[in-house]
Design a protein around this ligand. Structure first.
Ligand SMILES: Nc1ncnc2c1ncn2[C@@H]1O[C@H](COP(=O)(O)OP(=O)(O)OP(=O)(O)O)[C@@H](O)[C@H]1O
Length: 400
């Protein structure tokens, strides 16, 4: 758990130095710097911002670097410094480290913010990252495989981009990369598939809490990004001509996705056109079975609840993964996940906020949440014993 957080020159946060509790509420008007505070924690954990890829966007104007430093309750310290040219300096316990994943392991962060709320409609990347977040934190072997796969994929794509006709030498090189890709791909898929299986009952439970009327209707599926019954290099070889025309690699783990399906027996929720198109027959019940992507059925508000359920369901799974403490049932690991909730009062209704926060208050995680007003404070105070309430004014943070 973060005990103290120091931020320098990140957007309008010039110098911030604050103590943090299990739950931290950050209140301020538009543009005061609330999201920047969450952005700082995310940056420390992931090495990148969730708002802009280029450091010069979040480094304070007229400054060369932005720095975030956290003291953790086990006595360790984590720090990141970003320079405008994207150079990154990372430190764990005052010692320079060269791999962001070292800090990510120490400080898992889970973000629920307005941009997450479009996850179902966006490309596959954000949904894939959702699964990979879990796999990264639960399977140590995953990250090295993923890094090696990405490196080979980058080489392959830059060759495909460069030419449409390979020389014999280039072809031999490409085939050796494909062999490597294929080996990494099989392991990456194996890790993802296993974690995906473990995740499903947690997702179902979260849906029961947040979207009870859909409890029996929503399910997840995972697609690997390629046909896993055939080695990836064989498939890459078969479709080399197409990849050369496209200039990039069309299949592989980098195309994996998570889908949320809606399925109902005799629901009246859909219009006729939809029913005519998607009707199917369930032989057991002899009732028409309707199937759809959940994104096509749920209302905007319901989609937000679904995404919240997707995210929220990951925490108990992660926390259950290690040896558990008999009194709480959760892992005794020193590492406490940090949940970042940006402007949830604008995204979710009161009932959903109550379920979300009461679930979080029972989990051994740390929460930082932003809000425009202090309306949320009584609820927070009823759920956590000693929450910190901060007010942010023009980049200055005050503890109430
Ligand atoms: N690189 C930068 N340097 C200095 N200030 C910046 C930089 N980028 C953005 N800002 C300013 O930082 C302020 C804080 O923005 P932030 O998004 O954190 O506010 P917020 O309190 O979350 O607002 P909202 O409630 O509207 O989301 C904004 O006023 C913005 O103009």
């Amino acid at each position: 758990m973060i005990e103290r957080l120091q931020i320098s020159h990140l957007r309008n946060l010039t110098q911030v130095n604050l103590p943090s509790a299990a739950c931290n509420v950050i209140i301020g008007v538009n543009g005061s710097g609330k999201t920047s505070l969450l952005e700082a924690i995310f940056l420390l954990s992931r090495g990148k911002s969730f708002r802009h890829h280029q450091p010069k966007r979040y480094i304070q104007h007229h400054q060369n670097t932005a720095t975030v430093h956290a003291k953790i309750n086990d006595g360790s310290t984590l720090a990141i410094q970003k320079q405008a040219d994207a150079t990154t300096i990372l430190r764990l316990n005052q010692t320079t480290v060269y791999n962001q994943s070292i800090l990510t392991e120490q400080l898992p962060t889970l973000l629920i913010d307005p941009s997450t709320m479009d996850m179902l409609e966006q490309g596959s990347a954000s949904r894939r990252q959702l699964l990979d977040w879990l796999v990264f934190h639960m399977k140590q072997g995953f990250h090295p495989q993923w890094v090696a796969y990405q490196r080979l994929l980058k080489q392959r794509n830059s060759l495909l981009k460069k030419t449409r006709h390979l020389t014999q030498v280039q072809l031999a090189e490409l085939r050796s990369w494909d062999k490597g890709l294929s080996n990494h791909a099989a392991l990456i898929h194996h890790y993802r598939e296993r974690i995906f299986e473990e995740w499903q009952p947690y997702f179902a439970k979260s849906i029961t809490q947040l979207l009870p009327s859909y409890a029996e209707q929503l399910s997840l599926s995972y697609s690997a990004g390629y046909d896993t019954s055939i080695a990836l290099d064989v498939q890459l070889d078969e479709r080399l001509e197409q990849d050369l025309q496209l200039g990039y690699t069309r299949i592989g783990n980098h195309r994996a996705d998570i889908h949320v399906h809606w399925r109902s027996h005799g629901s009246t929720k859909l219009n006729d056109a939809l029913i005519n198109e998607k009707i199917d027959t369930d032989v057991n019940k002899a009732l028409p079975v309707l199937k759809e992507q959940a994104a096509n059925v749920l209302s905007r508000g319901e989609k937000k609840l679904l995404i919240t359920a997707l995210r929220l369901s990951q925490l108990p799974l992660l926390l259950n993964n290690a040896d558990s403490d008999l009194s709480t049932g959760y892992a005794t690991s020193q590492i406490t996940p940090v949940v970042l909730l940006d402007d949830i009062t604008a995204e979710l209704d009161d009932r959903a906020i109550h379920i979300l926060l009461s679930t979080l208050s029972k989990l051994p995680c740390q929460v930082f949440m932003t809000s425009l007003t202090d309306d949320i404070v009584p609820l927070v105070q009823s759920l956590w014993s000693t929450p910190n309430v901060f007010h942010v004014k023009q980049g200055q943070v005050f503890l109430s």
